[in-house]
Write a protein that binds this ligand. Sequence first.
Ligand code: 3HC
Length: 685
Amino acid sequence: MSPISTRKHGDILIVTSNNPPVNALGHAVREGLVAAVAEADGDEAVKAVVIVCQGQTFFAGADITEFGKPMQLPMLPTVVDIIENCTKPVVAAIHGTAFGGGLEVALASHYRVALPSAKLGVPEVKLGLLPGAGGTQRLPRVAGVEKALEMAATGNPIGAVEAHGLGLVDRLIEGDLEQHAVAFAEEVKDIRPIPKSSERDDKLAAARANPQVFADFRKANGRKFRGFEAPEKNIQAIEAAVAKPYAEGVLDERRLFMELMTGRQARAQQYFFFAERKAAKIDGIPEETLPREIKRVGVIGAGTMGGGISMNFLSAGIPVTIVEMAQEALDRGAGVMRKNYEATAAKGKMTASQVEGAMGLLNPTLDFDALADCDLIIEAVFENMDVKKEIFTKLDAICKPGAILASNTSYLSIDEIAAATKRPQDVLGLHFFSPANVMKLLEVVRGAKTAPDVLVTAMQLAKRIKKVAVVAGVCYGFIGNRMLIPRQMQAMQLLLEGATPEQVDRVHVEFGMPMGPFQMSDLAGVDIGWHRDPNRIENIRDALCAIDRWGQKKGAGFYDYDEKRNPSPSPVVQGIIDDFRAKAGVEKREISDQEIIERTLYTMVNEGALILEGGFAQRASDIDVVWVYGYGWPVYRGGPMHWADGEGLDKIVAGIRNQLSRLGGDFKLSDMLVKKAEAGEKFTR
Ligand code: 3HC
């Protein structure tokens, strides 16, 4: 049965799409839309058409699962042209998200009405693409060039109210969408000529007179778009809309679309779209498992982590009881939270009353027993097993039955922590990434005894607080930090052999990471995990910490920093490195950029394979989600495992073997990696 059905209401033909979950514009939908337009054209009694969707949303875009396969006709660009050329006025009735191809259908329609809650956007750039069904040509004609540039190149949607202000939505509908859309169609059914977006050029005039807008836009967003191919091509397509007649502009759009579609970045970004959604699925848990109800959250520790964690819940409207040992620390923590919210409000992203609303949900206290009525308690104190065990023993004594007890540990064993309680089934790890109110990743650490409904609750709660959750098993550092270990070790070793911090960092930044290992160390704090004995100097890091070079917070770390925190290479650090090299009897040599990649990135891929081998990640794509959301791995490379597949696993194995003598005695080459390389298999495809 076709997902598209038609029925008449007086002289209006109502065309309804029912293609759950998101009314993606797959083959059957496209075919149905063409047939519906033919029906309207062929039926004299029909005076206008309304296109409306059932379920949660208007068409949310092309069907991404069809990408990379032979496309069945009609293609979407043809379908939208057929809609625009309908001889009766077509009204798109929008709710939910009119995204990508969905917005292109709406733009080809002659009128657009929408619920105020609807969102309109062209997120193709996030899939490494551009709107390929006339969107880059029609959107600037309807919404104006500057808005179209912003929407297409960033992929961020706008709300229907803003769209109405821009003329992208003709009328906002309060109440029953279909009913009002039909009434609207009645109003416009006789207006001639029928307005076509492709024939307008009034909104192009300003950019035609001042093509500098494109250069300005590129300049303003250079940093954000660094390394990505798609934003630039989106800009070029809109430039073509301004510079050329519509018929020529769409040809440019098609060419640019195909260039992107056949490239490695689009494949990686589309892979990642599904990787992110797959991460939410937990293996080995009955589908009918119901989550526990979370009405109040407790957080232990009001430091940077505890505060950031609390803000996630407060922002989602969930009350938080936060516990500290001393009033001063408690006040400081609450003060930082307020300051962060106020900074967000100053940027116009929150109102003053929203700030008060969030802070009003916070209950700061020194009384540990106040956690007794919390449904979830997250411990966020420093990394010390004895302290954590003590806290969990206390929690076990006071928390209500069924409360979920979580640790935000980055490295320690959840099983050992759980064993300090009589309810290990209620214990799990919730590993937030710093800054916890900003970073999207949440590692959900599944202990040996963690109950299925506890995991389901954690995954659902993650969605509620707008995090992307990935399930990890209990091993040192879980997924993300465990993979960081070989990278940091090799980066340090490379310094001894002749590389500089600047070189290692540059290779990582050129690869697409937001910063290299030493920049990251300076930002996070060189002293994290340091033994704190300035007389015990066993490596370069100890030497830096001993002379107070703890990173940006001290104005010095692997780099020197000026008052504005601009880094410069440090002769002091170079001296320390040279000293260690001499003591270790290592000969200084030229290190190639390729060697840095092989030593720091190939070894990470190997660690990822070991994690999979040990069953500590459910699937290779979960590892990629961790690295993209937790550490800024460039999404256009898909994540370490997808990237390794693209490089060729045989090349990765050969690169590692080539470096084997330098990787250190503890290095273990993954059997899984070798076997896959030999069999010509991949991790993620
Ligand atoms: N094609 C195929 N499947 C899609 C899809 C699409 N465009 N969009 C979503 N889905 C699937 C998801 O994979 C998921 O499947 P699952 O349940 O099996 O995991 C299911 O629909 C629900 O999706 P979400 O979990 O993301 O649901 P949410 O309610 O959180 O979000 C949404 C809904 C905002 C519509 C979000 O899914 C989204 O942003 N989708 C992508 C929109 C998009 O990128 N559109 C452009 C497509 S490219 C295009 O149109 C090219 C054209 O210009 C030629």
